[in-house]
Design a protein around this ligand. Structure first.
Ligand code: MIG
Length: 663
């Protein structure tokens, strides 16, 4: 059951797709202090708080303070309160289970037992909000109701479930062709190569650097012939440059954000000084979205939207103030305070709060300050692209995912979790974040596999892909200047290859469970406590996940570990995967076990009377052949697995196609 309470919410977020009448009667367990915009819940010692989507720390969010404030945050350390998304939803498991969604474009703070260990305090920083309270029996049920409220999740094209390679640093056609052929030579599957900012002409959206990519269309079609999709990046900022069509048009039509004085707001990003499309303005959205045609018409069918928090490197005003300050220190004997002050000033040039307060959007004919809708910017950029795709290419499946997001954008595209590092702790963070993202509707999602920043070790890479094979977005991505991490570069190529082959044979199941999650508003990744609510120990387990209806994952995420402790809430079949022709199967009883897992062994479990449909060996999703699928499972005299292998569109409505498998 969903109740809605309204607190003068004047800025529509379009996060919700259902019309719920406003109630006034608040249940006795929630206190709302209207003047302060506080929502207070007294937590019992055993209560667990799930949710918040893209956030640091554990699956149970209790014990820290978080803030929804879309941030270009390149260091995902545990003290950080905000990452790129604004996902204002919590699910409380306790004597009474319920969910709380704060629907607002404003910043919201979630103090979950940080200031007071027993108190959950939600504070809306500014402006109005709608509060949705979702009550129900189980957490699964509550999440499903919430997901119904916010609308069906985006369904990515099937090829986007293949393995994908990216790197900020591919500079030319040759680089791209080289990646493709190295994967081919290594007999490693590959379905997409990403184009980071270097494909553009001096980082201008919807341009191509014709010096380094002289035959772009040829490249796209050669790759397509190999079954490899190219996925270019699109940045939020539009370069200020005379004669550059996107800039000229945007200026002429008034599609960029303005300052108080009616000038176009300017800030530096990749290309230098930029204007920022006003995605809150419907006309600007249609305009910007239609620009993607420049690339779609060249054969492109996938995009990633970046820097859309939006990231601002600097403004003229900030730079001026910085130099003025630096000048006051010129020639001085710099003591520690001054050095730090100088450094802080420099750091605050980027993503500065004051800059976010200094520009405006056009919303329903009114000018509205950016800081009021900051959390919607990336969401509305995603929406701009998707609305244009739907309008201009209604019959094409186009991959789209974004860095910044807010609840609602899950209907238009996926997200990736941004600039993590090649750290073991970030592999664990990747594991823990998946169910939280699913709760918010993000199904097509994943981390930069192998880590974006820092240098990867081969062992970490192996362990990371052993988890990555289970995430819908399975993309190896890394930053300029870090150790190159294409899988063919490592010593243990057999191990890498075998893991990639596992991915392809998991795709039938993964895609099927993905479709179920999208159509039924369920989660693909679930914490154990969701599926085994009676088993108190499950609440303690944060390094195992359920994947769909059949699998339990227990990834290895520690350096030098050659196995791990696993808690099984029921008897299960352990698959120790070494290669498609070498899968050891052992049944374990309910309880605690130490399961050995050598570096070349990927372990996962099948629940009793549930089945796993495994695909044939393939290097592309198109090579998967249903007649060659196999079924594994145990104690399954009666078990049936319904494989959702696609969907048909009838009268604009999507209907899944289903096929039943038994042992
Ligand atoms: O400031 O385009 O998160 O994936 O490779 C860095 C370069 C800008 C940030 C993205 C990252 C991408 C990088 N971008």
């Amino acid at each position: 059951m969903i109740q809605k309470y309204s607190f003068e919410n004047s800025i529509p977020t379009d996060s919700v797709v259902m019309d719920i009448p406003v109630s006034t009667k608040m249940p006795e367990y929630l206190t709302v202090v209207k003047e302060e915009k506080h929502i207070i819940y007294h937590m019992k010692r055993q209560d667990i708080v799930y949710g918040l989507g893209e956030a640091t720390r554990g699956i149970n969010k209790r014990g820290y303070i978080y803030s929804s404030n879309c941030s270009d945050e390149c260091s995902h350390t545990e003290e950080k309160q905000s990452l790129y998304g604004a996902h204002n939803v919590l699910f409380v498991k306790g004597k009474r289970n319920f969910g709380l969604f704060v629907d607002t474009s404003q910043r919201v703070t979630f103090d979950i037992g940080y200031t007071d260990m027993d108190q959950l305090l939600i504070r809306v920083e500014n402006g109005g909000f709608d509060l949705y309270l979702v009550e129900g029996e189980s957490l699964d049920e509550i999440v499903a109701e919430f997901r119904g409220l916010i609308g069906q999740s985006y369904i990515a094209p099937k090829w986007a479930f293949g393995y994908q390679q990216s790197r900020w640093g591919y500079k030319s056609e040759e680089d791209i062709r080289n990646v493709a052929s190295q994967y081919e030579q290594a007999d490693m599957p590959l379905e997409a190569i990403y184009l980071d900012i270097d494909y553009m002409e001096r980082y201008k959206d919807f341009t191509i650097n014709t010096e380094t990519f002289p035959q772009f269309e040829q490249l796209v079609s050669d790759m397509k012939e190999k079954g490899i999709h190219l996925v270019p990046i699109i940045d939020a900022g539009v370069k200020i440059e005379k004669g550059y069509e996107v800039y000229e048009e945007g200026v002429e039509k008034g599609y960029f954000c303005k300052t108080e004085d009616g000038e176009y707001f300017t800030a530096g990003v990749w290309p230098g000084k930029c204007h920022f499309p006003d995605f809150m303005d419907k006309d600007a959205r249609i305009w910007f979205g239609s620009k993607y045609s420049f690339l779609i018409d060249k054969g492109i069918d996938g995009f990633w939207n970046d820097m859309n928090e939006p990231a601002l490197f600097y403004t003229d005003k900030g730079v001026k103030e910085f130099f003025e300050f630096a000048d006051t220190l010129r020639g001085e004997n710099l003591d520690i305070d001054k050095v730090f002050a100088l450094r802080d000033k420099m750091e605050h040039l980027s993503n500065n709060e004051e800059d976010y307060r200094s520009f405006y959007h056009k919303l329903n004919g009114k000018m509205i300050c950016h800081d009021q809708v900051h959390n919607l910017y990336g969401y509305f950029m995603t929406r701009a692209a998707r609305e244009a795709f739907d309008l201009l290419y209604p019959d094409r499946e186009i991959l789209l995912f974004s860095r910044a997001s807010c609840i609602g954008s899950h209907r238009y595209g996926g997200i990736w979790t941004g600039d993590n590092c090649s750290w073991w702790s970030h592999l664990l963070l990747n594991i823990k974040m998946m169910p939280s993202l699913n709760m918010c509707g993000y199904l097509y999602t994943g981390a930069d596999i192998g880590g974006f920043g820092c240098n990867i070790s081969e062992e970490l890479m192996i362990r990371w892909i052993q988890f990555g094979v289970f995430t819908p977005l399975f993309r190896n991505h890394s930053a300029l200047g870090t150790r190159e991490q294409e899988l063919y570069r490592f010593k243990n190529q057999d191990v890498m290859r075998n893991i990639l082959k596992l991915r392809y044979s998991l795709i039938p199941y993964l895609y099927s469970e993905y479709l179920k999650a999208a159509f039924q508003n369920t989660m693909l990744f679930r914490p154990l406590a969701f599926a085994y609510p009676e088993d108190a120990h499950c609440e303690q387990v944060e390094d195992e996940l359920l994947l769909g209806e059949s699998l339990l994952l227990a990834p290895v995420y520690e350096q030098n570990a050659r196995g791990r402790y696993v808690y099984l809430p029921e008897k299960m079949l352990c698959i120790k995967y070494r290669s498609l022709t070498d899968m050891e199967q052992t049944v374990y009883e309910k309880g605690h076990h130490y399961i050995k897992a050598g570096l070349e062994e990927c372990i996962f479990f099948i629940r009793p009377n549930r089945l796993l449909v495994l695909g044939n060996e393939a290097n592309r999703t198109t090579e998967l052949k249903e007649e060659a699928y196999q079924v594994i499972g145990f104690e399954a005299e009666e078990a049936v697995y319904e494989l959702w292998n696609g969907y048909v569109v009838k009268n604009g409505l999507r209907k899944p196609k289903k096929k039943c498998y038994t042992l």
